[in-house]
Design a protein around this ligand. Structure first.
Ligand SMILES: NC(=O)c1ccc[n+]([C@@H]2O[C@H](COP(=O)([O-])OP(=O)(O)OC[C@H]3O[C@@H](n4cnc5c(N)ncnc54)[C@H](OP(=O)(O)O)[C@@H]3O)[C@@H](O)[C@H]2O)c1
Length: 342
């Protein structure tokens, strides 16, 4: 029998989750790798697990509706993983292949067949598939398509610009001939984002966001990752016919619903004929996933795209990694790596 570690949702947070107690690792389960029944499916070993801000929104009582299921207290959490296939009972997937998808956070597990078999033709590290080549990369890529509708010479503002989605938006926007204004939460991140080609980068903790946008705007596209007062400052500085992409509102995720920031200047959307639209990554996969798979691995392998990632080695670092995301201690995409060298 082999120990089958898993990540459990252990404690309902009020405000910021406790990094030691909200998510914990349970080592009490084991699995017989050779004989566990697969019922026509596959047996996989997890290699890397994605940590994402939306996970904070899943830490709520299950009775409260949300856009994605709540984590059940005491149960294994789910998220995006990349895994290697150990055994297969389906002709669709062979042992030794790698798969990506939404999985339970078990070290080892039996899976159904709704996973994507990876064709890693540029031989990139497998863990990249939970980051720039997975959901977060897709979010950036899709968000810069129809909703942003960018035209060369326009000005885009991106918040949380040194994060998983943000640093890819910076690079894609520059490649499309946009002027990029970017904000992030430390001077180290400012330097990194500048090195990715952004035209003007500021530390929103020490600079005044509205003043920066007034000086370097107006903004044709705002790619909003943080919400709250930053969104309000962006709306104050939109150009005529601006597009605001509501990707996420990480500044609000640890506040109770009664404490979230009320945006006060929505009337300006009327004055400037601006539009604001929600982006949900899965909605755009049918249209752009094949293109994404053609373009992004190729550009990454060729060095045209740079990837910033924050790797946490070992399942037991899950709580620390999630809280780092929520307070800005991560630099780039946060990934929990479960096996050396993947
Ligand atoms: N709509 C979708 O389909 C979709 C998909 C993926 C992600 N998202 C959203 O996209 C956003 C970015 O996600 P990600 O995975 O790329 O995370 P990330 O940017 O890698 O990490 C989150 C970052 O948010 C920033 N942050 C935290 N608290 C903040 C605050 N109070 N004010 C301003 N910034 C704050 C921190 O950076 P600083 O150091 O700069 O503060 C932190 O590094 C999130 O809102 C997420 O929910 C949406």
């Amino acid at each position: 029998m082999t120990t089958n570690s898993r990540i459990i949702f252990n404690e309902m947070p009020h405000g910021l989750p406790n990094p030691k107690t909200a998510l914990i690792v349970d080592d009490t389960q084991s699995i017989d790798l050779d004989n566990v029944p697969l019922q026509g499916g596959i047996l996989v070993k997890a290699l890397a697990f994605s940590l994402d801000p939306y996970m904070r929104n899943r830490m709520r009582p299950v009775e409260i509706q949300g856009d994605i299921d709540a984590f059940a207290l005491g149960e294994t959490i789910t998220g995006f993983s990349v895994a290697v296939v150990l055994r297969s009972e389906t002709p669709l997937i062979q042992a030794g292949q790698h798969v990506y998808g939404f999985m339970h956070a078990n070290a080892l597990g039996m899976k159904g067949l709704s996973l994507q078999v990876l064709d890693n033709k540029y031989n990139l590290p497998w863990r990249y598939y939970v980051g720039i080549l997975g959901m977060t990369g897709q979010t950036a890529y899709y968000g810069l398509k129809d909703i942003s509708n960018p035209k060369p010479g326009e000005t885009l503002y991106i918040s949380a610009a040194c994060g998983a989605v943000g640093h890819m938006v910076v690079q894609l926007a520059k490649a499309q001939g946009l002027k990029v204004i970017a904000s992030c939460g430390s001077d180290q991140k400012v330097s990194l984002v500048k090195s990715l080609g952004a035209d003007h980068v500021f530390n929103y903790k020490t600079a005044n966001t509205a003043a920066e946008l007034r000086m370097h705007g107006p903004i044709d596209i705002y790619f909003d990752n943080v919400g709250g007062p930053t969104l309000e400052a962006a709306i104050d500085n939109v150009a005529c016919n601006a597009r605001i992409v509501i990707c996420g509102m990480v500044s609000q995720y640890n506040l109770g619903t009664d404490k979230t920031y009320g945006i006060r200047n929505l009337w300006l959307l009327n004055r400037y004929r601006a539009k604001m639209e929600g982006l949900v990554v899965i909605d755009w996969a049918d249209k752009y996933l094949d293109e994404f798979h053609d373009v992004v691995p190729r550009d990454l392998a060729a060095g045209k795209l740079k990837y910033l990632e924050h790797v946490y080695n070992g399942m037991e670092r899950v709580g620390e990694a999630l809280v780092d995301l929520l307070i800005g201690n991560n630099v780039g995409k946060s990934v929990l790596v479960l096996e050396d060298g993947v």
